[in-house]
Design a protein around this ligand. Structure first.
Ligand SMILES: C[S@@+](CC[C@H](N)C(=O)[O-])C[C@H]1O[C@@H](n2cnc3c(N)ncnc32)[C@H](O)[C@@H]1O
Length: 270
């Protein structure tokens, strides 16, 4: 049943709405291009990005914040980290646990709010989060929380993007894609959200902190204000995007490479 049809209690909040939105997407989440890893080329590109900023795992502890179906948790596990994935959506966690069991991985997945977790102080060597920051209600509080759970000298890696401020190039590419399909052009079929889910997505987006798009400089500024040091923005995600583009409808793949996507590394002072 679509969420709009449900009766909501007086205490129903935008956080509940975000959690339900993702819970309803859990079952098909991995089918969307750019979510689950598409092949060895993409996996290697992610490994290289993670190692560039965090180094090899060597048994160190890693927290995957908003782990979803566990895609990033698996990348960290591949690299030898001891991984805990945290997400507030039970259906996402169920998928994550099932995939870990099927792949014979010992990753711990726990339910929790990334803005207010119950993880112990200074308990992780590294923390990683992909595609969470853009949907946070209170990123400043979340960043202070991530600082708290990292050990002194520990490193945070944020992978995110501006998914709102569609650039001119992207708009042109979307029009070309539609025109090519009208002319009968066949490529990878697009997987997309239903109209109803797109409306919910827009309604949520209007109320999150980065409602006009999570630009790297704004995220980096908030990280510094939260107490992180050595904050570095890395826009060199080309290898990941090229590998993903090979599995996407042609123009969507080109669009991905024109978007404002980035990684940010930040260190908790020793
Ligand atoms: C776009 S998905 C990204 C999942 C995963 N990080 C990945 O890159 O495949 C966003 C995830 O964030 C989770 N999420 C959003 N806000 C959260 C919060 N405050 N605490 C915990 N999880 C949250 C959702 O449940 C969803 O699984």
């Amino acid at each position: 049943m679509e969420m709009q049809e449900k009766t909501r209690g007086a205490n129903y909040s935008v956080r509940d709405e975000i959690r339900e939105f993702w819970s309803e997407r859990a079952e098909r989440f991995d089918e969307f291009p750019g979510h689950e890893i598409s092949g060895e080329r993409e996996r290697s590109a992610w490994h290289a990005l993670i190692q560039r900023h965090l180094g090899p795992g060597a048994g160190r502890s890693a927290l995957d914040l908003a782990s979803g179906t566990g895609v990033v948790s698996h990348l960290l596990d591949d690299l030898g980290y001891r991984v805990t994935g945290l997400d507030w959506s039970e259906p996402m966690l169920e998928r994550a646990r099932a995939k870990a069991a099927a792949r014979g991985r010992t990753i711990v997945f726990r339910v929790g709010d990334a803005e207010r977790s119950s993880e112990a102080d200074s308990s992780y060597d590294v923390a990683v989060t992909r595609h969470l920051v853009w949907t946070l209600i209170d990123p400043a509080a979340a960043f202070r929380e991530w600082l708290r759970v990292l050990r002194p000298g520990g490193t945070l890696l944020v992978v995110d993007g501006d998914f709102v401020g569609t650039g001119r190039t992207e708009r042109i590419l979307a029009r070309l894609d539609a025109a090519a399909r009208r002319l009968g052009w066949r490529g990878h079929e697009p997987v997309g959200l239903s109209e109803a889910m797109q409306r919910r997505h827009r309604a949520i987006l209007a109320r999150v902190h980065f409602s006009t798009g999570a630009r790297a400089d704004a995220v980096a500024r908030l990280l510094r204000e939260a107490g992180f040091r050595d904050v570095v923005v890395d826009r060199r995600l080309g290898a990941v995007h090229r590998a993903q583009a090979a599995q996407m409808p042609f123009f969507k793949g080109l669009a991905r490479r024109s978007q404002h996507r980035y990684a940010i590394r930040a260190v908790k002072p020793a």
